[in-house]
Every structure is written in C-alpha cells, then in structure tokens.
Design a protein around this ligand. Sequence first.
Ligand SMILES: Cc1cc2nc3c(=O)[nH]c(=O)nc-3n(C[C@H](O)[C@H](O)[C@H](O)COP(=O)(O)O)c2cc1C
Length: 462
Amino acid sequence: MFCFSSKFLWYCFIVLLCSGFLSAHLIGLSSVSGLSLEETMSRRMSSRSFTSQSLSDKQLLDVLWAAYGYVGNLRTVPKIGYGYPLVILSINSTGSYKYDPENNVLSVNDLTINKEIISNDFGSNTWVNDASVILVLVWDQSVSNNQYFASAQAGCVVQNVYLAAASLNLGTCCVDAIDFQALRNHLKLSANMTPLLVMPLSYPRGSYSQASPNYEIMTGNLPRVQYSSLSFEQALRNIPTAQQSTVDSLTSLQLSQLLWASYGYTSVTFDSSHHRTTPSALGIYPLVIFVSNATGLYRYEPDTHSVLEILQMDKRSAIADALSGQQWAANASTLLLITYDSSFNNGNTGDGGNLDHANIEIDAGAVIQQIVLEASALNLRSDVLYQGLENWNGAQAAVIRNTIGASSSIVPLYVISVGIANHATIPEISTVPFLFLMIATLAVIVSVKILRKRIFRGLLHY
Ligand SMILES: Cc1cc2nc3c(=O)[nH]c(=O)nc-3n(C[C@H](O)[C@H](O)[C@H](O)COP(=O)(O)O)c2cc1C
C-alpha cells in the first residue's frame, strides 16, 4: 500500500488554497440559463408589472454580483473617473441592506428603513412598490466628486442589472422620475451620499418571449450579428482575460457585433417599435456612436445596422491626443466614440436642455457596458477613456467634435478603445488573478505527478 508524505500533503494544501481563492472569486450567476450573451442582450427590456412572488437571497446576490461585483481583482463594470463611487442598497419589506462587493454579501443597513417607508417616493411610478426588492443606486461623493462619471458608471450597473434580470427570468426597470429629496431623507443619507436612481427587481407578470437581434432591419453594410459562445455571466468572468489580449485589427464581423451591442435593435416589439439593447430615459435614444479606425471615421446607423462613412482619414491619434494626450489609445484598432446629439428628436432630448445631464450619462453608461461585455465575448481588450472629458461639453469635447467634423449639436461623452495592437504600450492592469491561476495550475501539475509516482510505487509494493 502507498502512504502520503508530508511533502505531498503540503502540495495538496497549496492546491486547495489556490482553488479556494479562485472559487471565492467565481461566485455569482450560477443559475443563469444557457442563453448566449447576444440572446440575453436581445431579451433586455423594462418591466413595470410584477407578481407577488419573492426573490430568493441567491437570486438577489447573483444580480448584485453581476451589477457591481468583482471578477478577480477587476470589477464587473469599468472604472469611469476615480474609483468606484457607487453604493447599492437593497430594500425589501424587512429592511434595507447594503451590498458589499468585496465579499459578495448583503449586510444590514437599517432595519427601520423598509419598502413601506419609501413607498411614496416614486411619484407616478407607484408600480415600483409591487417589486419584492427595490435597489437604490447611491453616489458616494467622498470617493469621486464627478457626478457625470458617477452617473455613467451607474448606467453600467443599470445595464448589468437588466441583463442579469433577463438571464434569470426576472424583471426590472431603471427609474429616476422619483422624489429624490424624500428618498434621501427616508434613507437617512449623509450629505455626501446622493441617490441617483432606483431599480425594482422582481418576477415580471409577462414572460420573456423569444428574442434575437433584429435581423429584419440588418440590410446595411455590416455583417449579420452572430451569437458568441459565451453567456452574459461568462462574458463578465472573461473580462480579466480579454483585458490581457492584443489584436492588430478588428474584422467587420467584430465591429458589427460591437455596434449592435452598443445601440442596436432587438426583435422584441413594444407598441409599434422595437426594443434596443440598452434602456434610454424617456425612450428617446439621443446618442450617436462614431467609429474611428485606420481607414476613416464612420457613424453607426442602428436603423439599418450599417456604418456611414464620414471621413476617409485616420483620426485615432488626434482623438487620443484630445483625451489628455493618451497616445497609447491611438494604437487601438478601433475607437468607438459615444456622443450625445442635442438636436435629436426635434430638440426634445428629455432634459429640457438643463445643465443636469445625468440621464444622458446613464444612457451612455449602459452603452459603455454593452461594448465592454461584447468585447469580452470576442476576447478583445476594451478601455474607457474619460480623461479630458470631465466637464460636460468642455474644451476637449470641442476638440474631438472638430476633429470628427461633427455639428455643434454633437457632444462627445466617452471614447472606448477596442483591440489594442501587439506593439502598443498600454496602461498596466493587475496580474494578480493570473498569478494565482498559474500557481494553482503548477500545483495541480506537480501534485498529479507525485500522485502518479506514489500510485506506481504503491502498485509495486502491492
Ligand atoms: C436614465 C433612465 C431613467 C429612466 N427613468 C424611468 C422612469 O422614471 N420611469 C419609467 O417607467 N421608466 C424609466 N426608464 C426606462 C425607459 O423609459 C426605457 O428604457 C425606455 O422607454 C425604453 O424601453 P425598454 O427599456 O423597455 O426597451 C428610464 C431609463 C433610463 C435609462
């Protein structure tokens, strides 16, 4: 018979330690159906009518992890501006709870604050109260004081909640037509904490119908969108791997996938229109996506799923320069520019031209998240560039507008670089999860080798 030496047990211990570390970072949406990322994106829509069935704790945590959790030491949403300034409160009939992304748990916030207490804070959106859980996204100004960046990141979170809900057959809706002052008071928030929006989360009354990208309108010059092999959950988990990848150029299919994900139409109809991949305040969809690559500058036309050539010039370097001289981004295969068209919908952009453009930032954040997810599914690195764009329609936004020859109604908001070239110098990203993965793999290999040796010896002794 063979026996295990203390050396071997040490190896086992290392393997267990490493796999324990990894599994701690692999918690999340385990119960998601086998939908591909693009199918899940196609299902996304706002639900405003809910059954009385309660959510399980696991479902809630799964959604919260997808919304704002960790994948290794990266987050499920990109950094926009300084850090991660959002706090998610989850409120049900028993009290209010705070999401702790580091440990992926909910801890008690205040049991005296429950759904009943905040039930009059949603104005005409009284249906919010029918949901079993109400998520409140709160901006902590002590972490980052730029409301636009916080709102854009909130948009990323919003998109993840929509997609997680679609994955789990749950319903949700981004709601910001609420009485913020009353909500702030009821939540007993300190001066540096500002509620940005709420999202009811519950079982919807209607069921999700069969959904796909809207192939009927795909008559333009971009290839037909395909389903990738990753689900929404897998695309979230693949973000760290995708961030390590380099590629010299994008195929037209990759560009097609990215653009459809950013602002395309789905097959699901409401009234006489179609849903899009992202939500939009008042359903206005005032954003315009531009593409800058080596061959020129193009505008995405969601109605036909095509790109329209604007300039036959490579503007990547000039755009990167306007973004506080981040020349590394000029090495990206493609820059996607998210802009706001203030003349859209005959000038009715829903914000009345007010200075507070938070809604538009949330719309933009949802688009950013879609691009990050689709890039991840395509194993492409994506980076959100915001430096230089701290102020609404500031000086650098004007430089970008002039660079792309756009009219004065176009307000550049964010640029996303996709597919960094092999030779490029890119901003550093942490390698910690990969080190752990390497150590774990090494330990497994060594252990297997020793085990084989032991078994062999054991057989000889037998
Ligand atoms: C920033 C933002 C704020 C919104 N506020 C509300 C709201 O207060 N009430 C509401 O019913 N829907 C709200 N919505 C949802 C939009 O009305 C919805 O996304 C849009 O009509 C498109 O419909 P769909 O999401 O079902 O595709 C909001 C969406 C966003 C992105």
